[in-house]
Write a protein that binds this ligand. Structure first.
Ligand SMILES: *Cc1c(COP(=O)(O)O)cnc(C)c1O
Length: 383
């Protein structure tokens, strides 16, 4: 089959499955509100949980950074793209999270590819939570290591896999807070099983960092585990973009020496490091923001319990309602839009078949009234 035919068939199948993904052109996005196609909506689909993308100090830092250092890094960090601003951000992240080293990447997707691609060799095995993010599962399945998935958030299922003999290394992969379900991994048990099986643990805390744990240090800090490899990303709670790997000295040196994703890629703009340092300050002093978010979550969950859709057991800012069929999820999303609330429907293959959902996200930028209006719209839609 040639490319053209393959492309046609894939597109036809996606349309037929109500799976077509539309990238809407957003005209304005203030975290709390979004404007598209000339319409304003209350916004419940942002991962910017603390509203930092709109924070004046973060914006001013990026502007100042650009004025002082220019728009871009100009080269890979291994050539001339690594500045004292990158070094300062890495040092502060490592210090904040209790690791000896941090290494910056341009995105969480890139960081996960880099780390797994570098570590996983032929004789190795990777055990990943069944619901781990595409960036983790893709990297693992494209690596020469074998990939097995354990039942979502079930340490016993992981333990069974760990009990089988192996010649090589074992990498256990999970998330702090799951991106499409919002539930938290039982990291204490997962870390204990991993240790018992002589493996290394990689935790991707894209949705926990900045939001959970003391000072926003994330899921691992909160559950008092220190994985060998911690990935934090800056496009969510930090409100910016980029990512970092936290690890020990030798691992960081290994990544720095051998990671092709790092070596052959332009460093993040130094101005972005300014913005990230400013966002880090806001996060460190962000107890009031986190408290506000927590109260929104509690308010939403208390009132949403009687809705006819399954509310996932999630304590995080991600509060999905499982609707089931793609078309039903799309229809509900449209219904809410008519009522002025923007909530994106998430469909397979991002989530398992038959679990299309509304992925509601709450943020510290919301007002109590936004939460109430969303609930009202949901109960109206439920009939
Ligand atoms: C969003 C996300 C990523 C990707 O991070 P980006 O910085 O957006 O590339 C990786 N892992 C998880 C769990 C995510 O939710």
């Amino acid at each position: 089959m040639g490319w053209s035919q393959r492309i046609d068939e894939a597109l036809t199948a996606r349309r037929a499955a109500d799976g077509w993904r539309l990238r809407r052109r957003v005209e304005h996005n203030s975290v709390r509100e979004i404007m598209l196609e000339g319409q304003r909506y209350r916004h419940f689909s942002s991962n910017d949980y603390l509203g930092l993308s709109q924070h004046p100090a973060v914006i001013a830092a990026w502007q100042q950074g650009a004025a002082e250092t220019g728009a871009g890094a100009g080269a890979s960090g291994h050539v001339t793209g690594y500045s004292r601003h990158h070094a300062q951000l890495e040092a502060e992240l490592a210090d904040w999270l209790g690791y000896s080293r941090a290494l910056l990447f341009i995105s969480g997707f890139a960081a996960n590819q880099a780390v797994i691609h570098l570590l996983a060799e032929k004789q190795d095995r990777i055990f990943a939570d069944k619901l781990a993010h595409a960036s983790l599962l893709d990297a693992a399945s494209h690596s020469p290591a074998s990939l097995r998935r354990f039942a979502h958030n079930q340490p016993e299922s992981l333990a069974k896999l760990l009990a089988t003999p192996s010649q090589g290394g074992t990498l256990v992969v999970t998330e702090g807070v799951f991106s499409m379900d919002g539930d938290s991994a039982p990291l204490t048990q997962i870390a204990a099983e991993t240790r018992r099986g002589n493996g290394w643990l990689l935790v991707d805390d894209a949705h926990g960092i900045g939001v959970s744990g003391a000072q926003g240090r994330g899921s691992c800090w909160q559950q008092q585990v220190k994985p060998e490899l911690l990935i934090v990303t800056f496009g969510k709670g930090f409100g910016v973009s980029g990512a970092a790997l936290l690890c020990d000295d030798a691992t960081a040196d290994y990544v720095e020496q051998f990671s092709r994703h790092l070596i052959y890629s332009t460093a993040m703009p130094p101005a972005q490091c300014y913005a990230l340092l400013a966002a880090l300050r806001q996060i460190q002093q962000g107890d009031a923001l986190r408290e506000k978010l927590r109260s929104h979550i509690a308010r939403f969950r208390a009132a949403a319990a009687d809705l006819p859709w399954q509310l996932v057991d999630s304590a995080s800012a991600i509060q999905p309602l499982i609707v089931g069929e793609n078309s039903a999820a799309m229809a509900l999303s449209q219904r809410l839009a008519q009522a002025g609330c923007w909530v994106s429907a998430i469909r397979p293959p991002t989530v398992p078949p038959g679990t299309a959902r509304l992925r509601i996200t709450l943020t510290a930028a919301h007002h109590t009234d936004d939460i109430d209006r969303l609930l009202e719209a949901l109960y109206d839609a439920a009939g």
